[in-house]
Design a protein around this ligand. Structure first.
Ligand code: UGA
Length: 433
C-alpha cells in the first residue's frame, strides 16, 4: 500500500522504515528541509539500533522516500499518518498546535474525489480525533476522508523490534472502510489488532504510559520501605513480579523515570482528567514519588560527602535510559545539574548521549570524557545514573586505582553489591542494604 507519514521524528521515521520493510511504499514528510536532505543523503538524525540499516535498505529498494512537501505525500497515498510532536505546555496540558496545523495543511491539499484515511499516531488527548476531523472539514468541506487513531507503543532504544513485533496494534476508527485499510496495512506484522472507537484508542495510549509509570513509582516507593527496613528491593520485585498478573517488567527501582514520554504523558493525563472533571490524584502521587527518588539519592550523596563544593564527582550516564542517544528530560542530566549547582567538579561519560548533551548545552560546566575510566580519574565519588551495559564491563580493580576514594552511588542498581564491596568499594544503591 502507499503510505504517507507526516513528521520524521522518532515515531514517524521508525514507523516509515518498518512499513517499508514489510512491503509498503512509504513517503515520509518533514517540514524541516535540512532533515529531509540529511535523510535523502543517507544520514539518520537519531540513534536507534537497527534503524540505519533498515532506512538504507528500503531507500535502495525504492520503498522509502523523503520529501518536505505535504502535497506530494498526500497526493500519492491513500493513508496519511500524522506523527508530529505534541509537546507539553507549562501547565502540563498538551500543545496541539502542530497537529492542528498539519490537519489544516492536509485539508489544503485534499483533492475532490480523493478518499484519504488520516491516522493520528502522535500521542494526543482523548477527543483530538474529533477535532482533527472538524478542522479538515472546516477548511475543506468537500474532502472525502476518515480519521483514525492508531497510537504507537514503541520504546526508544528498541523501537525497531517493538514496531516489527508489537504486542498489540490499536486501531480506533468509526468507519469500516478506514478500519479495513488499517488492517491491511498491519496484516504483515501478524500481531493482534484491537479495534475500538477513536476516543478509546486515544485513551489507551495515555492510560498505558501512566500505568507503566505507576509501576515504576510503586517499586520506587517499595524501595524506600526496603531501605528503612533492611530488605532488598530486587528480591521483592522478583517475588511480586513472578505473579503473572503483575509481571517483573517495569519493576526496576532507580532514581526515577524520565524521557520524552512518561513525564509529559503523566502530566497530560492529569490535565485531561482535570479537564473532564475527574481529578486523577493517584497520578499526582506517581509524579511526587518520581521527584522524591532523585531528592533521596542526592541526600545519600550529601550524607556521605558532607559538602559537595569542590568535590570531584564522576557521573556515568546522561541519557534517560540505555541504548539511546536521547538526553531529553533525563534524570541523569538533572543529577549532574544538581551537583553542578552545589559547585561540585563533575566529569561525565555516556556511550551515546554526550554529543547531544553538548549540542543542547544541557550540563554546562561538566567535563566530558572519552571513557568510563577517564571520567572516574581522581574522583571522590562515582555516580551510576544510566544503566548502560558497557558500565558492567568496566575493570573494577582499575576503577578503584583511578578513583581518589572508592565510593559508588548506583542510581540504577546496575552493579553487584557483593562484587564491588569485596573489592573494597563503599557502595550505595537504591532499596538494597
Ligand atoms: C515509553 C513506553 O514504554 C512506550 O511503550 C511508549 O510508546 C513510549 O514511552 C512513548 O509514549 O512514546 P520510552 O519513553 O522510550 O517508552 O522508555 P521506557 O523504556 O518506557 O523508559 C521510560 C523511563 O522509565 C526511563 O527513564 C527508564 O529508565 C525508566 N524505567 C523503566 C525505570 O526507572 N524502571 C523500570 O523498571 C523501567
Amino acid at each position: 500500500m502507499k503510505i504517507c507519514i507526516i513528521g520524521s521524528g522518532y515515531v514517524g521515521l521508525v514507523s516509515g522504515a518498518c512499513f517499508a520493510e514489510v512491503g509498503h511504499n512509504v513517503i515520509c514528510v518533514d517540514n524541516d528541509q535540512r532533515k529531509v536532505d540529511m535523510l535523502k543523503s543517507g544520514a539518520i538524525p537519531i540513534y536507534e539500533p537497527g534503524l540505519e540499516d533498515l532506512v538504507h535498505q528500503n531507500v535502495a529498494a525504492k520503498k522509502l522516500h523523503f520529501t518536505a512537501s505535504i502535497e506530494e505525500g498526500v497526493d500519492g497515498s491513500e493513508v496519511v499518518f500524522i506523527a508530529v510532536p505534541t509537546p507539553p505546555q507549562p501547565d502540563g496540558s498538551v500543545d496541539l498546535s502542530y497537529i492542528e496545523r498539519v490537519a489544516r495543511e492536509i485539508a489544503g491539499v485534499l483533492k475532490p474525489g480523493q478518499y484519504r484515511v488520516v491516522v493520528d499516531k502522535s500521542t494526543v488527548p482523548v477527543k483530538t480525533g474529533e477535532k482533527v476531523a472538524d478542522t479538515i472539514r472546516r477548511y475543506n468541506p468537500t474532502a472525502e476522508f476518515d480519521v483514525v487513531s492508531n497510537p504507537e507503543f514503541l520504546r526508544e532504544g528498541c523501537a525497531v523490534p517493538d514496531l516489527m513485533k508489537p504486542d498489540r496494534i490499536v486501531v480506533g476508527g468509526n468507519s469500516e472502510r478506514a478500519v479495513a485499510l488499517m488492517q491491511k496495512i498491519y496484516e504483515p506484522f501478524m500481531a493482534p489488532v484491537l479495534v475500538t472507537d477513536i476516543n478509546s484508542a486515544e485513551l489507551i495510549k495515555h492510560a498505558a504510559n501512566s500505568f507503566l509509570a505507576l509501576k515504576i513509582s510503586y517499586i520506587n516507593a517499595v524501595a524506600q520501605i526496603c531501605e528503612a527496613s533492611g530488605a532488598d528491593v530486587e528480591k521483592v520485585a522478583d517475588g511480586i513480579g513472578a505473579d503473572k498478573r503483575i509481571g517483573r517488567n517495569f519493576l526496576n527501582a532507580g532514581i526515577g523515570y524520565g524521557g520524552s514520554c512518561f513525564p509529559k504523558d503523566i502530566a497530560a493525563f492529569i490535565a485531561i482528567a482535570d479537564d473532564l472533571g475527574v481529578p486523577f490524584t493517584l497520578l499526582k502521587e506517581v509524579q511526587h514519588i518520581n521527584r522524591t527518588q532523585r531528592d533521596r539519592f542526592l541526600a545519600k550523596i550529601r550524607a556521605a560527602l558532607w559538602v559537595l563544593r569542590e568535590k570531584r564527582i564522576a557521573v556515568w550516564g546522561l541519557t534517560f535510559k540505555p541504548d539511546t542517544d536521547d538526553v531529553r528530560t533525563s534524570v541523569a542530566v538533572d543529577v549532574v545539574n544538581d551537583l553542578l549547582a552545589e559547585k561540585a567538579i563533575v566529569s561525565v561519560y555516556d556511550p551515546k548521549g554526550m554529543e547531544k548533551a553538548q549540542e543542547y548545552k544541557l550540563v554546562e560546566g561538566a567535563k566530558f570524557t572519552e571513557s568510563a575510566l577517564e571520567a572516574a580519574e581522581g574522583a571522590e565519588a562515582l555516580i551510576v545514573a544510566t544503566e548502560w551495559k558497557e558500565f558492567t564491563k568496566v575493570d573494577l580493580e582499575e576503577l578503584k586505582k583511578r578513583m581518589h576514594t572508592p565510593l559508588i552511588f548506583d542510581g540504577r542498581n546496575l552493579l553487584d553489591p557483593v562484587t564491588v564491596r569485596n573489592l573494597g568499594f563503599t557502595y550505595v544503591s537504591i532499596g538494597r542494604a
